[in-house]
Each structure stands twice: as C-alpha cells, then as structure tokens.
Design a protein around this ligand. Structure first.
Ligand SMILES: [Zn+2]
Ligand SMILES: [Zn+2]
Length: 331
C-alpha cells in the first residue's frame, strides 16, 4: 500500500489515515483515489485551528483590528544607490511625521569589484553615508536611527561585509539580499515576468540558504523575491519556499515581509500582477516553521516610508507569524 496511507482499527471501526501535503497535486489525486476505491462512511479532514477558523469565516483576517500604525522600518535607501531619492535626514524628518520611531537604513552596498554598480553606491560614497548616519543619531525629532546596508550576497564578499562594513564602518546591521543567484558558472538576475525553471528555483533557494548560513545578516530581505520570476505555480516552488524556510529556522535568521511588490504591481500590472499571489504562499508556508519575520517598506524615497507597511502586517497576522526582535535595536 501507498506509504502515505495507514490502516488503523479502533473500537471495531476501520480508519484509513491518508497523509497529505497541501498545495500538492499528488495529494489531491491520492485522496480522490482512496475515496473512490474505499467508499468510506465518512471523510474527516484534520485542520489546525487557524485553518479551521479561516474556513468558518474566510474573511476573518480582514476584520482583525487594524494593527496600530507601524513604528519601525529597517529597510530604507538613499540617493547614493542611484535609483532612490533623499538623504538620511530627509527620511528622519519624514519618519517623525508618520510616526516611525525606529528607522534603519539599508542602502545598496558598494562593492570593490563594482558588480552591478549602476544600482548601488560607489565605494567612495561610503564615508559620506556613514557620516550622514552618525550625524542623524542626534536628530531633533527623537527618531532612533540605525545604520545598515543591504548586501547582495556572494560568498567572496563575506570578508568585505564583515571587515569593512561591520568592522571599520561599525554599521549596526547588515541585510542579506538575493537579486541574482549562481547559474551556469555566472550569476543570473531575477527578471520580472520571466519564469524560473525547477533547477533555477533550486539554485535560488540554495543561494538564499547560503546567505542565511553566513551568519552575517540581521535578517534576509524579500526571501520571496523569486515570485517576480514566476507566472504560474509549479511543484518546485513549494520545495524552494521550504528550503529557504528550513534554513531560516536552522540558523534563526529573521525573514523580511517586503510589501514593495504591491507598488510595483500598481505601476506595471502587466509585468508584476500575475506573480504577486505567490507572496502569500510563502508566508502561509512559513506558519509551519519556527521562524520570525519583520515588515519593512524598502523605501526608495522619503514619501514612501510607510507605503504598504500595513499590508505587510496584515500578511504577518493572517498567518500568525511571530515578529522578530532585532538585537541592535535600542529601547
Ligand atoms: Zn533598490
Ligand atoms: Zn532594498
């Protein structure tokens, strides 16, 4: 008999226990086949409490009391990365206006080999960035400012991230980020709307897991970014999601819920809209792992500091995910 089926006798009754994996086509077929072949008197489904409640009231999560206005954001970019607007103090001022009390900066890191330098700061801009962060610590608005960097991960950059960014520049934290992953001897970028095949999904997940295992990062930015490269569901997606979640659980590295995809979908629905639904599947799956999360806006201009943050928190609450506490945050 199938490994996923167990026959149990209980008080003169025969019970057939069928193990399933949700979002699995194979499971759907197995359940269908067993019901057709066995014709049981009744069919019971085991659900955890959260899912049971969702079925009873599918819109329950929408009625949750609106979360209090967000007070933190640890993923903010300055003009130095060449595709963002505003400097540190512009954001601090904006933060004070929208109630953000803890503001962390994670601009796109400079790299000595200038890999993809058109979307990141130059090495010579690093001292100015660090100085702007230092100056902003004593701001008149009482906003707590933290200095960080968003680091596109490659193993060969680890020493630079550790010795230069955390060491010499004494940044508070680094954010691990994967926009490109090793593929056929080089790195391939995730292109919106271009499908990743099974092998590429595996390579992406492996690379994110490596970033997690490096121990350098306070959290991992948008671990579900690969959804930009998916137009349709395939079974490997779930494996990719689970590989990333397993690594985050093993190393206890928080994962970022990054709602900036919503704004992209509003701006270019033809490119982004088909894939945004996958974001939900990532976080739904996360509920089954011992992982923590945090919600950041990934702001690229001061006026976008809190854009869609509430949507991110909604996702967090919808799946009952635990919010991370970051060790460098002052009270
Ligand atoms: Zn950016
Ligand atoms: Zn970013």
């Amino acid at each position: 008999m199938d490994d996923n089926i167990a026959r149990i006798s209980y008080e003169g009754k025969e019970i057939l226990l069928v193990a399933t994996a949700h979002v699995s086509q194979e499971s759907v077929e197995l359940v269908k086949r067993v019901i057709e072949e066995e014709r049981p008197d009744s069919v019971c489904i085991e659900l955890d409490e959260g899912r049971y409640n969702n079925i009873q009231n599918p819109k329950a999560w929408m009625d949750l009391p609106k979360s209090p206005a967000p007070t933190t954001n640890f993923h903010t970019h300055t003009f130095r990365c060449k595709h963002a607007e505003g400097d540190v103090m512009d954001y601090v001022k904006a933060a004070s206006e929208v109630g953000i009390t803890h503001l962390g900066f994670a601009d796109h890191t400079p790299l000595t080999d200038r890999w993809m330098h058109m979307i990141r700061m130059e090495v010579e801009d690093l001292p100015g960035y660090v100085a702007a962060l230092r100056e902003a610590v004593d701001n008149p608005y009482g906003v707590m400012v933290y200095g960080g960097m968003e680091c596109d991960y490659k193993p060969e950059y680890e020493a630079y991230f550790r010795d230069e960014l955390l060491g010499n520049c004494r940044l508070d934290y680094l954010v691990g980020s994967v926009h490109a992953f090793p593929w056929q001897g080089d790195y391939t970028w995730i292109h919106p709307g271009v499908d990743l095949d099974a092998a590429q999904l595996k390579a992406y997940a492996e690379h994110v897991a490596k970033a997690i295992a490096s121990g350098l990062f306070a959290f991992i930015a948008h671990p579900d970014l690969f959804n930009q490269g998916l137009r349709k569901w395939n079974p490997e997606v779930r494996a990719c999601i689970r590989d990333i979640l397993a690594a985050a659980e093993a190393y206890q590295v928080p994962l970022e819920i990054n709602p900036s995809g919503y704004a992209k979908a509003r701006q270019s629905p033809e490119v982004y809209l088909p894939c945004t639904h996958l974001l939900d599947q990532f976080w739904e799956e996360a509920a089954g792992f011992n992982v923590t999360v945090l919600v950041n806006s990934d702001a690229h201009k001061p006026s976008a500091l809190t854009t869609d943050l509430q949507a991110g928190y909604k996702t967090m609450h919808k799946y009952g995910l635990k919010e991370a506490t970051l060790p460098f945050v002052r009270q």
